[in-house]
Design a protein around this ligand. Structure first.
Ligand SMILES: Nc1ncnc2c1ncn2[C@@H]1O[C@H](COP(=O)(O)OP(=O)(O)OP(=O)(O)O)[C@@H](O)[C@H]1O
Ligand SMILES: [Mg+2]
Length: 277
């Protein structure tokens, strides 16, 4: 069954786009048919997979404004060992955001537009903007689950409460089936005592909702977008690439259910701050 996963946190620069691109590629390398939706007017996921925003003839703006079905606006990406599709974004998306804010029933727009393509994909990942605006609400209404990247810094928990409030509100009013898939620790430095303290606090508050897989701070992850490829196509041996492969394993394990979740997977082998020190 198709899984729509929104990657959201209104806090900026926490690794949403890096996670969206690299989890997409990691799932695709597992043979999954993946669609990545760039729902951020910054278009970082779009450029990160090698597309030139200035040359794009079609984007999610055309889809949200009703000019084109999703299937006509998607672009295939032939990343090495991991082919997937992207619905790209350009700055025009800001205009769609304004139009959506003005129109009625605007929250369901993306969900409705995805209906005809859902069956063509195993996973649809949505990269959200750093805001709790109408675009993020559209993503959360369209999604089956939400993944929340968290940088283990001082204000991390504070920002989470408004996101969790929004998620609860959407569960109540618009999408009762929405689940929190998990909280993902990103840009983690195992030597940082602050990172470790905040990580422990996250686990105390959210328990098993925190993914076992930890994404380390890794320069390869920061470099890959400037080459227009996911890290898997840039340095497959890097700690960043291995972490996103482990995250894909853990995600698939969670989808498979509680029995499968007991089987040891790659994620267990990843350096976790509690174990590696
Ligand atoms: N694990 C990591 N190691 C090193 N650098 C990283 C890592 N994850 C992300 N970065 C870098 O940190 C910056 C912010 O990451 P990213 O763009 O993924 O965050 P974001 O949450 O999507 O930001 P925004 O809120 O602006 O959309 C980028 O320059 C990215 O390359
Ligand atoms: Mg981003």
């Amino acid at each position: 069954m198709t899984q729509v996963l929104a990657i959201a946190n209104q806090k900026g620069g926490v690794g949403k786009t890096t996670t969206a691109i690299n989890l997409t590629a990691a799932l695709a390398s597992n043979g999954r048919r993946v669609l990545l939706i760039d729902l951020d007017p910054q278009g970082n996921a779009t450029t990160g997979v090698g597309l030139d925003k200035r040359r794009l003839q079609k984007s999610i703006y055309d889809v949200l404004s009703g000019r084109m079905p999703v299937i006509e606006a998607v672009v295939p990406i032939a990343a090495p060992s991991a082919a997937f599709q992207i619905l790209p974004a350009t700055r025009d998306l800001t205009a769609a955001e304004v139009a959506l804010t003005r129109s009625g029933r605007a929250e369901n727009r993306l969900r409705e537009l995805l209906v005809p393509v859902r069956a063509s994909f195993d996973d649809i990942l949505i990269d959200c903007p750093p805001s709790l605006n109408v675009l993020t609400v559209n993503a959360l209404v369209a999604a089956d689950a939400v993944m929340i990247p968290v940088q283990c810094e001082y204000y991390a928990l504070e920002g989470l409460s408004s996101l969790l409030g929004t998620i609860q509100e959407i569960q109540r009013a618009l999408n009762p089936a929405l689940r929190i898939d998990g909280l993902l620790r990103t840009m983690f430095d195992a030597r940082s005592s602050l990172n470790n303290e905040v990580s422990s606090e996250l686990i105390m508050h959210f328990g098993e909702q925190v993914y076992r897989t930890v994404i380390p701070r890794n320069v390869r992850l920061a470099e890959a977008p400037s080459h227009g490829v996911p890290v898997l196509g840039y340095d497959v041996q890097s700690r960043g690439a291995l972490a996103y492969l482990a995250l894909a394993d853990e995600r698939l394990e969670r989808l498979a259910g509680p029995v499968a979740a007991q089987a040891p997977q790659t994620a267990d082998r990843m350096a976790s701050p509690e174990r590696s020190g």
